[in-house]
Write a protein that binds this ligand. Structure first.
Ligand code: TGC
Ligand code: FAD
Length: 426
């Protein structure tokens, strides 16, 4: 892990009395201090015991950032349909951009469990914040790192890790969402580079990105990645307005009309649909963890509220029907946490498969959406207000359910893996 990131975490801990106390405390000495019910620490199977000190530090530092910096502003951002841009330098300081990429390029060099914990804490705050970080790291820095030249890596990765350059990823098109193989965006070879024509739809960070990874068909329908820089002539963006989900996240349409892309901006080692799909595997991994954070936030709010709210002379937590809901939520969250941890270990060992990531994304996002709906129900009418986070999480998770492969697409990926038969319809 990046030395400065470790130092930074330790300095923060030393400055912060709450974190300092936690860091100094002996976990065996104070086992009962770790609540699994209310304080952002739902951990029924003590997965905490499986984490290294460093992973716990990373988690706690990001959790504190979310509490201090995001929670006070997120409801307003959501209502006002804006991303909290002023959090970018603080996120960069934490080292969360491309956190699992190597230190050599200015990244934190974290392992994949640490990276997953970062995503979990960010999404406990808001899926829009996790989306921003996922797109920057898994969908823009990762393809530059994996398919780019040394010059491209040196140019973009340190700047992106510092949050001084923002990236995005253009795969989806107006007529090709679940089936990106059909894309019609084209890059034609010309004397000075490539001429790019086409359009991309639903692109997170699209209008604020300094660099866009655009996937386009070249000769013989091969698919390659291109780095399209802000200000390129013929490249325009338009934000999607009136979203009822991920409102604290920028989503844009991109249009390319005879954009001249210099030769040095092609991702030279990319080729075929496999290249963007490899990026999706990285992002789906982060989403699988992130969704658990959103579910946990909803569950904890529901536990807390149900103990306070009295109806028919009893706290609603004392009713069997409420308890059943809480039990189901905790059980599903615990299962999802275990899946994430195991997947992270397999990713670190290099033994995981994309289909295992599909199962985790599919299950954990559906689980989080169920938790958000159930928790919203437990809060009754209060659950529909922005004062509580449940409805915001629920609305956000509708997008998370759809992007990065819809729930159905992941079922079909797994169905094909089990049976050997493709049921995609082609
Ligand atoms: P298929 O023939 O199955 O695969 C083509 C080649 O790719 C390989 N492959 C993968 N490699 C790595 N990771 C994966 N997940 C992979 N899936 C497939 C495969 O082995 C094959 O390799 P090779 O060597 O034989 O060429 O391709 P297909 O056209 O049949 O498509 C399969 C399908 C439908 C599963 C795929 O198209 C798909 O996943 N569709 C869903 C599209 C999607 O997820 N789009 C997401 C857009 S980005 C986004 O939503 C960002 S939201 C960000 C945020 O805000 O957080
Ligand atoms: P469609 O593919 O039209 O699917 C519609 C419905 O049909 C779904 O329920 C789907 O599951 C179902 N369906 C489709 N095919 C089948 C089948 N064979 N069998 C059964 N059911 C099927 N894309 C990017 O490239 N970059 C981004 O940064 C990005 N950010 C996004 C941000 C937001 C907020 C959202 C909402 C989307 C974003 N996307 C992004 C796009 C996202 O990846 C697509 O929306 C997603 O892949 C689904 O495509 P679609 O919306 O066109 O739905």
């Amino acid at each position: 892990m990046l030395k400065s990131f470790r130092l930074l975490i330790r300095q923060r801990i030393l400055r912060n009395p709450v974190l300092r106390k936690r860091n100094e405390s002996d976990r065996d000495k104070y086992p009962s201090k770790r609540s699994d019910m209310t304080t952002g620490e739902t951990d029924f199977y003590r997965i905490d015991d499986l984490l290294t000190d460093e992973e716990r530090l990373v988690r706690q530092t990001v959790r504190q950032f979310v509490r201090d910096k995001l929670e006070p502003v997120i409801a307003e951002c959501f209502e006002e349909d804006r991303f909290p841009m002023d959090l970018i330098p603080g996120l960069a300081e934490l080292g969360v951009f491309g956190a699992n990429l190597p230190e050599e390029y200015g990244c934190a060099g974290m392992n994949n469990v640490g990276y997953g914990l970062v995503m979990q804490e960010l999404e406990a705050g808001d899926s829009g914040l996790r989306s921003f970080v996922s797109v920057q790291g898994a969908l823009c820095m990762y393809p530059i790192f994996t398919f780019g030249t040394e010059a491209q890596k040196r140019r973009w990765l340190p700047e992106m890790a510092r949050g001084r350059a923002i990236g995005c990823f253009g795969l989806t098109e107006p007529n090709f969402g679940s089936n990106p193989a059909g894309m019609v965006t084209r890059a034609e070879r010309v004397k000075d580079g490539w001429l790019l024509n086409g359009a991309k739809a639903w692109i997170t960070n699209g209008s604020i990105a300094d660099v866009t990874v655009v996937w386009a068909k070249t000769k013989d329908d091969d698919i390659c990645g291109f780095l399209v820089e802000k200000g390129t002539r013929g490249f325009t963006t338009r934000d999607v307005k009136h979203k009822l989900s991920l409102r604290a996240s920028i989503t844009s349409e991109l249009a390319f009309q005879d954009c001249l892309i210099p030769e040095e901006n092609i991702l030279l080692s990319s080729g075929g649909l496999k290249s963007p799909l490899m990026c999706l595997t990285q992002a789906r991994y982060g989403i699988a963890w992130g969704a658990v954070g959103a579910a946990r936030a909803c569950y904890e709010a529901a536990v807390e509220y149900s103990k306070q709210r009295v109806q028919f002379g009893h706290p609603i937590a004392a009713f069997q029907l409420t308890q059943e809901k809480l039990v189901n939520m905790l059980t599903e969250i615990t299962k999802a946490q275990l899946v994430c941890w195991r997947l992270g270990k397999m990713k670190d060992a290099g033994t995981y498969r994309p289909q295992q990531v599909s199962m985790a994304k599919m299950n954990n996002v559906a689980m989080a959406l169920d938790c958000a709906r159930t928790a919203r129900n437990i809060l009754g009418a209060n659950g529909v207000t922005a004062e509580y986070s449940l409805m915001r999480h629920m609305c956000n998770l509708e997008s998370v359910y759809t992007y990065e492969g819809t729930n159905e697409i992941h079922k079909l990926i797994l169905g094909q893996h089990i049976t050997g038969f493709s049921a995609f319809g082609e």
